[in-house]
Ligand binder design. Structure first.
Ligand code: HEC
Length: 385
């Protein structure tokens, strides 16, 4: 097999699988983590670069579909190798791997003179492979729940959906950190191991990391062509069935439900509907803790209201972004208002857009009841400067 001073390690198929996995993983992380950490400037930059949250979610799902197809392909090719080609299950952990992990720990602590001598796959590689398998199962299951919350709620209590969201995001973080720390260390920093791209590992590298594989090369088991063909037929019949079921399941997964936890449509679209024009005042909940709230925020613009709006709203309604053509960083700006007229109508908190918009489900800036109360009282008192 191969050149005498290098060892053939990864078939073309395995390298293609790795490439697809790598691209899908990076895409999933780049579109998923900004959804987990929406406040971070990096997330905002990434989302902006992708053309917004909606696009990011679509890309995220496309990459998830790619991974589901990859999983189907990989399971098939592994079973084919094991069953039809009678190859040894070299990636399965053995008792020796646990011993090797213990030895490696002792070696790293200086308690042992040499690292464990390992075979075709080291325990580090097996660990990573199975961590990936486990991670994909978790991500697939929780991803399904987030993609199809109504179907999920038919089988499981509703709390499972937010729980799935936490698990999905946390497992994602774990996976990214595992790649950045474990994978990057073992295949890039320790030594740049190119075998997943070239297919080959040099003899020296094999001697260092997989000496047992060189000492006892696994001789391919001689296969009886007739029996092999019979096994291949059985394999394709079984795998064909599984693959069809898998694909049907995927269609169900992806398109079964139109009601996935969706992002509210882009706000400008909603804003075009003038449902809350000043002439149709919307009742705003009357606050109950006016006195206490006033202590927190102050009772005039100078006294705290201005600073509060500056702190909470200027990110989108400041000189920089002016969403809705509204600048909330200056007293004049608040009175002048934005696209739907003055943001504050002194004496009339119930029809003041500042309170109406911050109560809307689709508006990102929200107020706590106590903050709402303080602003309510300020407007009620004539919105003093
Ligand atoms: C993350 C961004 C963001 C933050 C933070 C934010 N808003 Fe907004 N706001 C918007 C967007 C987007 C619109 C809709 C603009 C449009 O009409 O297209 C809007 C619209 C408004 C409007 C209506 C403007 C008009 O005249 O049409 C008001 C009033 C308003 N926001 C008040 C606030 C207040 C008060 C805060 C702070 C508590 C706040 N917003 C925080 C994004 C934000």
């Amino acid at each position: 097999m191969g050149h005498p001073d290098r060892v053939y390690r990864f078939s073309t198929l395995r390298r293609i699988e790795h490439g697809v996995l790598m691209v899908a993983f990076v895409v999933l992380a780049a579109t998923g983590l900004p959804q987990k950490y929406p406040q971070s400037p990096i997330s905002l930059a990434l989302l902006q670069a992708m053309g917004g949250l909606e696009t990011a979610r679509i890309i995220h799902r496309a990459a998830a579909i790619a991974l589901m197809l990859l999983a189907l392909e990989h399971i098939g090719s592994v079973l084919y190798d094991l069953y039809v080609r009678r190859m040894p299950p070299s990636i399965l952990p053995t008792r020796e791997d646990f011993r090797n992990a213990w030895r490696a720990l002792r070696y790293n602590l200086g308690l042992e003179g040499s690292p464990p001598r390992q075979g075709w796959f080291t325990f580090q590689e097996k660990f990573e492979y199975w961590a990936l398998v486990w991670g994909l199962i978790i991500m697939g299951l929780t991803g399904f729940m987030l993609w199809n919350p109504i179907t999920t709620a038919r089988f499981l209590p509703g709390q499972w959906i937010p729980a799935a969201k936490v698990a999905h995001g946390s497992e994602a973080l774990l996976a990214v950190l595992a790649i950045l720390i474990w994978h990057v260390y073992h295949v890039h920093i320790r030594r740049f191991n190119r075998s997943m791209f070239t297919g080959y590992l040099s003899r020296e590298e094999m001697e260092e990391d997989h000496p047992l594989a060189l000492e006892a090369p696994s001789h391919p088991i001689p296969l009886d062509p007739l029996e092999t063909r019979a096994r291949a037929r059985r394999f394709w019949a079984a795998y064909g069935t599984v693959a069809v079921l898998w694909l049907v399941g995927m269609v169900w997964f992806v398109s079964g439900e139109k009601t996935a936890v969706t992002t509210p449509g882009p706000i400008p679209d909603i804003a075009r509907v003038r449902a809350y024009a000043p002439l149709t005042p919307t009742p705003v909940p009357t606050p109950s803790f006016l006195a206490r709230a006033t202590l927190n925020l102050g009772s005039s613009w100078e006294d705290g209201i201005g600073a509060f709006l500056e702190e909470n709203c200027s990110f989108c309604h400041g000189p920089r972004r002016r969403e809705g053509d509204l600048d909330l960083t200056a007293y004049e700006g608040v009175l002048k208002g934005g696209r739907s007229g003055p943001a504050v109508i002194p004496g009339a908190p119930g029809i003041s857009p500042v309170l109406i918009w911050t109560a809307r489900e689709d508006h990102p800036g929200r107020l706590r009841p106590s903050e709402r109360a303080a602003i309510w009282l300020w407007i009620q008192n004539g919105a003093p400067r």
